[in-house]
Design a protein around this ligand. Structure first.
Ligand SMILES: O=C(O)CCC(=O)C(=O)O
Length: 226
């Protein structure tokens, strides 16, 4: 009941055309103060009514084999949603904390690192053990953290840094909740493949090597340039 798919534009001409329409890359460029914006990947999230699975508090940074200060997502609602029906919630200012929490894998909560590695990909057990801090349940500390939630209509977009803590709760509404996240890379983004990092784009698919500024139009299409 919680469905995800990703890396849609390399294989799907409709999604590829949408990359260049709609102005999302320009908005990302403005928000990141970046002269250029490249597409990393995009991801669809669908939660049917009654879905109890949450995508717990997390940041995108520890999953991804890229780094920098100009990396963001635009989460676009495809259906109306509020927090009770699983719209995204974000913790204000968390991109500036200098903290990176251990990544969590929806549907695999409670698995040991070894089980995660067996079920997902090689190197993951050692990778997750490197993160000492797990994300707290921010909603339980209203004096310390401000949780932002939004009522969204189809076409509304939430734009957030890849270090921003966010989550989507269960869908207690009566209708399907769908959204699509477009992942954007700005001027200072670099390629940082690590054993156990999420193999969204594999190291052997790009001509980039560790620490390179993101170029490689075939893997990371240039969508916006000021
Ligand atoms: O829409 C969701 O359920 C989760 C979205 C999310 O975590 C993201 O876009 O990074």
């Amino acid at each position: 009941m919680f469905y995800q798919d990703r890396r849609l534009f390399p294989h799907n001409p409709t999604f590829r055309a949408l990359l260049h329409e709609g102005g999302l890359a320009r908005l990302a460029g403005q928000a990141m103060r970046s002269r250029t914006v490249r597409a990393f990947y995009k991801q669809v999230f669908v939660k049917d009514p009654g879905t109890e699975d949450a995508f717990v508090w997390h940041q995108d940074r520890p999953y991804w084999n890229v780094d920098g200060t100009q990396v963001c997502s635009t989460w676009v609602a495809l259906t109306p949603a509020g927090v009770e029906s699983s719209a995204l919630e974000l913790v204000r200012g968390s991109h500036r904390w200098g903290r990176t929490f251990r990544p969590e894998y929806p549907g695999y909560e409670g698995c040991t690192p070894e089980e995660l590695e067996r079920l997902l990909w090689r190197g993951l057990a050692e990778y997750v053990e490197r993160f000492e801090e797990r994300a707290p349940e921010f909603e339980n500390y209203p004096d310390d953290y401000e949780v932002l939630g939004f009522e969204v209509e189809p076409g509304d977009a939430l734009l957030f840094d890849f270090r921003t803590v966010h989550r989507s709760g269960p869908n207690a509404g009566s209708t399907r909740r769908s959204a699509i996240s477009w992942r954007w890379l700005g001027d200072d983004a670099v390629w940082t493949p690590r054993p156990g990092g999420d193999p969204i784009i594999r190291d052997n698919e790009t001509c980039l090597t560790f620490g390179d500024r993101i170029t490689d139009d075939a893997c990371f299409p240039l969508v916006y340039a000021r």
